[in-house]
Every structure is written in C-alpha cells, then in structure tokens.
Design a protein around this ligand. Structure first.
Ligand code: SF4
Ligand code: SF4
Length: 419
C-alpha cells in the first residue's frame, strides 16, 4: 500500500492506532489467502482491492467528495443501494469484521453483544476506519436489538438515519417497507440536494441488478464438482462487493467468471467434502471459518448469508412508470431476504435445503456470531428440518477472536469425518 498518511490525517484518523491495524492485516491475508494453491489469475484484482482497502479506494472516495458527491455507510443488505445511487451518492457497506475494534466498542457498549455491533462502534470510536471517517451519513435499520440501540450511541458521533424494517412479512408489512423506502428517498434527497427521478431510479436498479447477475454467475460456477474457486476466494469477492466501485466490480467479477468457465472444462474430481455455510454475515477481514474448513481439505461451495446469496438473489423489476411503481418493486425484492430478524422465517430453511441440492453439498455448517440471538434461536428449527432430510449439520458459535480456533477445528474435523 502506498503512503496515504496525509489523507488519513485529513480524515482525522488516529494514525498511531491505525498503523497497528495496517500491520496486522497483510500478515493475516498472506497467511490465509496467498498460501492457497492454484488460485485463478483474476483473483489478483481482488488481492489488490484488499491490499488497498484503506488506500486507493479511500482516495477515490475523497475524489468523489471533492466533486460534491456524498458518501453514506450501511450495515445491512436491507438498505436499498438503488436509492443511494439514484441521488448520485456513493454507498459503502461498512465491514466491521475485525477483532481489532472490539476493545474500543466495549468502551461504549456492553461486552455481551454481537461482535459485529461492537466492531462497528469500535471502528468509529477509535477513528481507525477511513470508510467511517469518509461517511457523511450512516443508514441504520431496526433489524436486531443490538444494532438498533447501538445506532442511538453512534448518533453522538455522526449523522444517522434509521430505517424501520418490519419484522413480519404480511401485506401491510410490505406497504410499511415501501413507506420507509420513500422516507429514505426523501432523506437522501435532502442530504445530496439531488432529486430522485423515475429515470435515475430505474438506471440504478438496472446497475444493481447487473451486480447481482455477476455475483450469481460466480456462485453458479461454484456448483461444479469440484468448485473452480475456493470458498475463501469467493468470500473475498463478496466482501469486496460492499466497498468497491460498482461498474469496476462487475467488470472484474465477470473477468473472473470468464476464467472460471475455462477452468471447469478441465477439472477432475478431488473428493473434497462440499459444505454449505449458513448464518450470520462475515465482513472483512473475517475469514475464520472458511480458513478452518478449507484448511481441513473440504470446500465451502456456497454461503446462505448476507455476505453470500442473500446479497444478490432476486432482481428488482424495472417495470413501471412512476416512483411509486419502482418503490413497490424495490420493497418486493428486499422483503424476499430471509433474515432471522423476521418471524416466522421459514423461507431461510427452504433456502438452505434448496442450496444443499443445487450445490450438491455433503453437509451444512451453521455459523452464528456470539450473542446473535435471532440466528441462535432459529438454529433449533433449521437443525430439525435438515435432520428430517438426512442432511448433516454442525453449529458453530463464535466471535472474531482466535481463541477458539483450535476447538472449532477439532469439531469441524470430526464433522467432516462423519459425513
Ligand atoms: S443478517 Fe439480517 S440484520 Fe444482518 S445484514 Fe443480514 S439482513 Fe441485515
Ligand atoms: S449478526 Fe445478529 S446480532 Fe449481529 S448485527 Fe447481525 S442480526 Fe444483529
């Protein structure tokens, strides 16, 4: 990474503390990613994107800001990127996947809370995340209790707009979500001074659909036996998707897919166990479960998570002549996301079973971030449904620390032997 200290300083970052983070990341990435064999050439771009995650991409965001654009940060795949883009703003999915931020998060939040929530708060409190420091506004949502209460504290540090996400999927809830999207449009118009027109919204829907198509293409290629790409590499692509320039991301993901399409022509069976991961999101640089599973010579072929299929499945229709029509289309697509914050959430169980069949998987690992109650409680139903179908399943509850890595490895090893 180049020298960006001047830029970071202008962003009022804690440079000394940030240096510690910058030192740790390349080492972890090198150990986990660069030691993999036979990686696709096209992954070089995603290596670069990660290496420059606090550098070149932040520089681009500053250039956009100098041109008058606004930058907004999001934490959940329910926040419609289409609205952000239609106002000419740039959206970044704030990662919050590092143990580094937990200690600072715990200064303002209780310890017995999901690491994702503690990490995002720690990133802001410690001023060590240049994305946070670049954001003009944060868009929160009332998904889980941890997040919605943490946004109240985050408001002391920066402007926050919270979208009220319904927690059921009845007709009236679809209408409520449409109203929330309309309020969000208004908020974004106020922030940017740009009006959302039918034409702009349709264009941004189209762009986001193209991004979804590129990710779907990548995931479809993972259905081959063996998969032409490791789960670790596919996870990195998904993680970069939340931060990168959209047009460039689509181009680079499609280039990767072109290469993988050639690869699958010559692949020979490798006998590796094929695993579906389901559960809570894995934000950069959370590669813990993938590195353990793939280090044991199994392959993760799909993630039913928000850094996996929930992010790109289902397109938004561009049909309609009014903002009302397009907002309805947005609500219809987003309400299909099966997050455990909904009750009931049987659609997620159906999705996991469908993915096991589509990806010809041998077993499922449920990944649960510690203190995420909605996913933890939902595991009971998931396990029962999978057992009824004779699909082996393992539950892994963990945080971002490495303390339990050995214990998880032993459990995954036993699981892989059993299936
Ligand atoms: S798990 Fe639920 S709350 Fe978390 S990012 Fe996904 S949809 Fe949002
Ligand atoms: S993983 Fe669970 S507890 Fe953590 S932010 Fe997401 S929904 Fe909330």
């Amino acid at each position: 990474m180049g020298d960006y200290r001047e830029m970071w300083s202008k962003l009022q970052m804690d440079l000394e503390k940030h240096d510690i983070l910058c030192e740790a990341l390349p080492q972890a990435f090198g150990d986990i990613y660069l030691t993999q064999e036979n990686r696709p050439e096209a992954m070089n771009y995603f290596n670069y994107a990660l290496a420059e995650v606090h550098g070149a991409r932040i520089q681009e965001l500053q250039e956009e800001k100098e041109k008058g654009k606004k930058v907004v940060g999001t934490f959940c795949v329910f926040v419609p990127d289409e609205v952000i883009l239609a106002t000419g703003a740039v959206g970044v999915g704030l990662c919050s996947g590092s143990q580094f931020w937990i200690e600072d998060g715990e200064k303002v939040l209780p310890r017995n809370l999901c690491p994702l929530v503690k990490a995002f708060m720690g990133a802001k409190v410690s001023r060590t995340c240049p994305y946070f420091q670049s954001c003009d506004m944060i868009i929160g949502e009332t998904t889980c209790d941890g997040k919605k209460k943490a946004y109240e504290i985050l408001e002391d540090y920066m402007p926050v707009h919270v979208m009220e996400l319904p927690q059921m999927k009845r007709k009236k809830n679809y209408e409520e979500w449409q109203d929330e999207i309309k309020l969000f449009i208004k908020k974004m118009e106020e922030l940017t001074g740009n009006e959302v027109t039918v034409e702009k919204l349709r264009k941004s829907i189209d762009l986001c659909n193209r991004k979804r198509r590129a990710l779907k293409r990548l995931y479809d290629l993972r259905k081959h036996t063996p998969s032409p790409i490791s789960g670790l590499d596919a996870l990195l692509v998904s993680q970069v998707a939340f931060l990168d320039d959209i047009e460039r991301f689509i181009e680079k993901t499609n280039e990767l897919c072109d290469e993988l399409e050639e690869r699958v022509k010559n692949l020979k069976a490798n006998g590796k166990k094929r695993i579906v991961v389901t559960g809570t999101p894995m934000a950069v640089p959370n590669w813990k479960l993938h590195s353990i599973v793939e280090g044991l010579d199994a392959e993760i072929v799909v993630e039913e998570t928000c850094t996996g299929t929930r992010y790109f499945e289902n397109k938004v229709s561009t049909e309609g002549e009014t903002i009302e029509d397009l907002v309805k289309n947005l609500a219809d697509r987003y309400m299909k996301i099966n997050c455990a914050c909904f009750t009931p959430n049987d659609g997620r169980i159906d999705d996991v079973i469908r993915l096991v069949e589509e990806y010809k998987a041998d077993g499922v690992i449920n990944y649960n971030l510690s203190f995420c109650h909605t996913y933890a409680i939902e595991y009971e139903k998931l396990e029962k449904a999978l057992k009824e179908k004779n699909i082996p399943v393992l539950n892994v509850e963990t945080d971002y620390s490495e303390e339990d890595a050995g214990q998880i490895k032993t459990r995954v090893e036993a699981f892989l032997e059993m299936i």
